[in-house]
Design a protein around this ligand. Sequence first.
Ligand code: ADP
Ligand code: MG
Length: 329
Amino acid sequence: MAAVDQIKNLIKSYVEDDDHRFFATAMQIAASEARKGNTTIAQELKMLIEKARKDKSTAFVESPKTVSLSAPRRELKELIEVFKPRIDLDDMVLSPEVQESLSKLIHEQKNWELLKKHNLRPRRKLLLTGLPGTGKTMSAQAIAGELGLSVYIIRLDGLMSKYLGESIAKLRMIFDAMEEHRAVYLFDEFDSIGSHRDRGQDIGEIKRVLNSFLINIEKDNSNSIIIAATNLPESLDKALFRRFDDIINYPLPDLKQISKTIKKATKEFLFSEKPDFDKIAKLALGLNYSEITKACEEAIKEMILSGSLNLNSLEIEKSLSKKAPLKDG
Ligand SMILES: Nc1ncnc2c1ncn2[C@@H]1O[C@H](COP(=O)(O)OP(=O)(O)O)[C@@H](O)[C@H]1O
Ligand SMILES: [Mg+2]
């Protein structure tokens, strides 16, 4: 049996995310078992440790150390949220312009080898702008879904508050990760570094981070897709715009897109009577996709909880009206 101190060490290093100490302790245990003559156990432990080490170094999510050897993995974990999305573009309702821009990126990405043969590179740096709830974050997921990639959402607020002073080094770490792991890197709520607004933080530091971002995105030569999204494009520094391959503006849905959103959100259910989607859509004009989807969900919940088997379009109308207090009618 391993000494109590060794077990304590194992637990501590696990809690503190200290891989180095964890494996060193495990190796010590294996060695002491070997000294006691328990060679089979020692051998088994060694094999387990080697396998665990190897697994860790191939999985970025588990061990961002492969990204930057000096970066403790806890720090990247706090900055990056990983998603393996299961949606694609068909799950979204988009204006023709947005649809075209996103399809273009996906098409070029899917055919990058062909482009490369002609010394061309697929587009891969997008700036998404538009009101909240119009599908910017969802688009990053859909692009990743289409390309079978993960989405790494970078928590900029975390970067700017928690690591003030070290944010540039952290940003560099993220750009290093792009080279090692092809994925969709989403800088959501990008205005927190893309602007010069005073958020009660050190303005000098924000400017330095912004500059560092500009340099990094310009230099970046990876195969990853970089998406910056913001609700506040007017607050962004002008120097940013030309760093992107495409700038896509997300509008609120028009009547046709609202109808489509409601049909999509309710497609698994039957209505008690044929709904007049045009009439319902008019009630939702001015709302964003998120509010419309939520109104449908509320009606679905109401149906389920009341024991009914059919959706009632009146319920949807009611939920939509509640979300539009400032509108006439
Ligand atoms: N274009 C869209 N088509 C379908 N659903 C959408 C669309 N945009 C937003 N939604 C719905 O609203 C939710 C929030 O959207 P999100 O992408 O987070 O908006 P944003 O990032 O622009 O604020 C999504 O999870 C989805 O349910
Ligand atoms: Mg968003």
